[in-house]
Structure formats: structure tokens, C-alpha cells
Design a protein around this ligand. Sequence first.
Ligand code: SF4
Length: 204
Amino acid sequence: MNSEVAEIRSELDKIRQKCLSCEKCPLCKTRHNIVFDDGIPNNKLMLIGEAPGFYEDQQGKPFVGKAGQLLDRIFASVGLNREKDVYICNTLKCRPPDNRNPLPEEKEACWEYLEAQISILKPRLILLCGNVAVQSILGNVGGITRIRGNWYPPESAIVEVFGAKMMPIFHPSYLLRNDTREKGGPKWLMWQDIQEIKREYDKL
Ligand code: SF4
């Protein structure tokens, strides 16, 4: 590990430690594990998802189970790898019961941790995976089906993103529920989006 990555990991670990004992919202009472991050801390590519689901809560790791495996296959299709190329985290660090959407007050309470993750890494590209992540960073810009695949400049964020360009993408759970590979369908669109993401990544 080079010294720069070690320093970033150490900064992130301070935030993770704070999170482990966090009781800022009622989700602390029902969580089994804090789900803080996965992948490699880097200043190129970050993916922000929604909130931990059942398996994430059990394992303390974001994007596991079928949705996580699909996400890994999507990245692999363009030669990207979560262990080497992508830093992954969620909007919320604790699982909402029954996988309901996070409440506004929960997102507000948990924002300090995501804000710290973005400010420590200062990634050049951020993928906003699903509507919850989009709303947290870009506000009400429309549903994911309409806005996915477009790059949003840093000025369009409602929070500080430290110069990152952002692209909303479908959540892999949505793709699992909409399995058609027809041209124009969700999986086909995701394929277009990941290729565009790779083109932008290669310019960095
Ligand atoms: S969801 Fe976030 S704010 Fe709420 S208890 Fe968990 S870490 Fe704290």
C-alpha cells in the first residue's frame, strides 16, 4: 500500500469508528452491522448506493448478494474491478427495516458520514446508483429512468462534491427485477452507461 492510500484509509477509518457507535437516528436500534464501504479508496471513481439491505446488514458490506454480483459483472464487462478501481458506499450506513426507503431525517442524520467520505477521497467521477442516491446529491431532478446516463457537472449538486462529475445509473436490484435484454430496456441502457463511464474513466 503506498503512503497516500494508507493516509486516506486512516482518515476513512476515523469516520468508520465514529459510525460504529453512531446512535444519531433510530436505525441504530435495528441494525446488525454498520455498512460503511467496500472497494478501493481512490480519487477517480466512487459509487454511492441507497441503503443496506438484508445481506449487507448481515455482512457489514455494501452490494453483496445477487445485486452485488450483478454490479461486479457490470464493472467487469468494461474491465473495471471493485477491489482495484472503485470505492463503494451507501447514502445510509444502517439498514432501514424491511428495506423501506430512507426517511428524510435519517438521510440528514447520516449525511455527515457520506460527506466525509466524499471530502476525503475527492473522486473525479461519482456514480449515483438509484433514486435515493440521486435525490441525496442532486435533489429532485427527476426519476432515474429519465436522467440515467447523463453526466451532471459539480455545480448541479445540492451538496459539496469537490469537483466531481456525476452520473445517475440504475440500481442493480432494479435490473434484477427488469431482466429483459431488449434494445432500449434497462439492461441494454445500463450497458450503454457503463461504456460511457469507462470512456470517461480512461480520460483521467
Ligand atoms: S443510519 Fe447513519 S445516522 Fe442513523 S444510526 Fe446509522 S450511522 Fe447513525
